[in-house]
Structures are given as C-alpha cells and as structure tokens.
Ligand binder design. Sequence first.
Ligand code: ZN
Length: 199
Amino acid sequence: MTPLIPRALIAASTLLARNLLAAGPTALPDDPACTAEDRRFMARAYELAREGVASGNAPFGAVLVKDGKVVAEYHNRVNALTNVVHHAETGLIATFSPRIERTTFAASTLYTSSEPCTMCCGSIRFAGIGRVVYGVTESQFEQIITGETHADHLGSKEVFARTAPKVKVLGPLMEAEGLVDHQKYWPTHVNPARMKRTN
Ligand SMILES: [Zn+2]
C-alpha cells in the first residue's frame, strides 16, 4: 500500500524542524524608546559579556552609566568566584555599592547584555537604580539554554511593574548581537541548575 505522505517528504520536514530548532530564537525588534546613546552603551555591555566568556564565565555583562559617563562595569563571575549570585547586574551592585551614592544609582542607567533575572531585578530595586536597558530578552536566551519555551514566563518588565514601578525598563536592544554570544556559549557549557525550571 502506498503511504499517504511519501517518506522523502516526512524526512525533509523532520530535517527542517531540526534545523529550525538548531537555528534558535529569532531576534526581536529593538525597543523604539531606546536612543543612540543606549545603543553605544549596550555595545559595551556586549563587549563585557564576551570578556566574561574569555575569563571562563557565562556571557553576561553590565555597565552603569550616569550623565553619559561610565560609573561601573562588571561581567558575570559565577565561575571565577565560585559564587552563584555573581550575575553581571547583582555582581556590579554588590561590588560597587559601597562606593556609589544612592543619588548616583537613582540618576543612572544600568545597561545589561541580557534581561535581568528575578534576583537581579531585586538587586536593582534595592540599589534604587532609576533606569534599566537590557539587550537579549530572558525568554529568548532561556530557550537557548534549556531548549524549552514557557508561555507564562515572568519577564523583568512585569517584575518591576509589580515590585518597583518607578524603575524604567527598556529592551530588547540589538538582540541579534547578544543571541549570537549565547548560541556560541551554551551548547558547550550546560548549566545543570538551569535545565529544569523547578530548580
Ligand atoms: Zn541575574
């Protein structure tokens, strides 16, 4: 009996599905509220993310900027310090807050190469940082890390809206550039703690 769908067609569609998965998420458009200056400092955040990878850490970088000038820079140091809370944003705040006035935090923008996780949203809130611009959307890079998508993903915009509505949050910005860094890094650096959402 002749199959309804030829085997060659099934094989081709399976291959196409695999290739689409392997290709990963497609970059989302830039937040239209971002400025040319935002783009300049986001480029620096991506550079820092790559510096993090060069020193054995995951691809996350952050820059704190006030009045067009860099106040502090940091990249993920979870592996370097064997300290799970040293994400780029929380690490920057923990390292530099003894030397930064609260009024400076309030008047600054934190550029982060990837959307802050819930822990980093808390750090940003308690530092009193006034504005956040992120590069890659968390649900996008989580898809690369875990291979899964979650329709009920809790993003930073909702976290801030419900816990610290005065914090202005913009993003994504130049997401394609950041996605490339994640796609290069994660296939050979699986973090077991992030493989299951329940962890
Ligand atoms: Zn974080």
